[in-house]
Design a binder for this molecule. Structure first.
Ligand SMILES: Nc1ncnc2c1ncn2[C@@H]1O[C@H](COP(=O)(O)OP(=O)(O)O)[C@@H](O)[C@H]1O
Ligand SMILES: Cc1ncsc1CCOP(=O)(O)O
Ligand SMILES: [Mg+2]
Length: 278
């Protein structure tokens, strides 16, 4: 193993250890499908999740969160003001917040909501390749043929230039999940090669890894790219370890969460596979 791998392994372990020690409160405004697995992912990693989305509660609650996670998966008009208000509170308090633009191009309403949220300066945006490609285009209209609902029709490597462009125009660190997870700040591009294909067969694994990115950013606000890469690698390693015990998607879900909870330094160091892509 080369020294870069050792450095990434040490960094990812350091951040996971901080997360376990600090147990940061992560406010999640996320879709109905994902609520259970997102909360269990955050708990097993050491964070403290809370699913709150009533606008009336935000002035009291959002300032207490160490990070905010916003996910538009089951967006409705009544939820959007909660998302934008919570993001604005975070910006005022310099609290990091992370956006998951699920199915960004599914409809004009959702596409415009994602663009409005992007204007509120998320710290990190994590999507699959189709979502990131859709959002990076200059067009004011979504291209419906460029995606299939919540699932990607592109490989993550197809989205490298789109991710760089989106990072440059939004100011966010942009992460694209897939066989290779890609993370860029518009300049550096890093690839995390962990995970197993079966993770795509468990609903809301993408939502879960975005929430995990929020937890990692909560414990290292000033290094969002490193935190995002580490979270993606940790989740991918948990998937690899979980897959050794799993018989299919349902048992992978259970074993991935168990593997994340039990992940130790030796296993993380020996599995982390992160490279610089430019
Ligand atoms: N072909 C693959 N090989 C390994 N890991 C994968 C593969 N596809 C997706 N993953 C992993 O599954 C998780 C969810 O990613 P993805 O399916 O791209 O997100 P989404 O659910 O938002 O479409 C990520 O942790 C990603 O690294
Ligand atoms: C199936 C589905 N429908 C609306 S949100 C959602 C979950 C999407 O989760 P992910 O983006 O992690 O696959
Ligand atoms: Mg998704």
């Amino acid at each position: 193993m080369d020294s870069n791998q050792n450095q990434w392994g040490s960094k990812a372990w350091h951040l996971l250890s901080l997360l376990r020690a600090q147990s940061p409160l992560i406010q999640c405004i996320t879709n109905f499908v994902s609520m259970d697995i997102v909360a269990n992912t955050l708990l097993s990693a050491g964070a403290s999740p809370a699913m709150l989305h009533a606008v009336e509660e935000l002035p009291d609650f959002t300032p207490r969160a160490a990070a905010l996670y916003v996910n538009v998966g089951t967006l409705s008009p009544s939820w959007l003001p909660a998302m934008t208000t919570a993001a604005q509170i975070c910006n005022t308090l310099h609290t990091p917040w992370v956006l998951d633009p699920v199915a960004a191009s599914a409809s004009a309403f959702r596409f415009e909501a994602c663009r409005e949220l992007l204007r509120l300066k998320p710290t990190v945006v994590r999507g699959n390749a189709s979502e990131i490609i859709a959002l990076s285009l200059a067009s004011a209209e979504p291209n419906a043929s460029a995606s299939k609902g919540v699932d990607s029709v592109h490989d993550s490597m197809d989205a490298v230039e789109a991710a760089k462009l989106l990072a440059q125009t939004s100011g966010a660190v942009v992460a694209v999940s897939g066989a290779t997870d890609i993370v860029t700040d518009g300049n550096r591009v890093v690839g995390a090669h962990n995970g197993v294909a079966m993770m795509q067969k468990v609903t809301a694994t993408g939502c879960s890894v975005t929430a995990l990115i929020a937890a990692f950013v909560a414990v290292d606000k000033s290094h969002a790219l490193d935190a995002a890469v580490s979270a993606l690698a940790v989740f991918g390693v948990a998937g690899e370890l979980g897959m050794k015990m799993a018989k299919g998607p349902a048992s992978l879900r259970m074993h991935l969460i168990d593997a994340l909870y039990g992940l130790d330094e030796a296993a993380l160091n020996s599995h982390v596979n992160i490279t610089s892509l430019c």
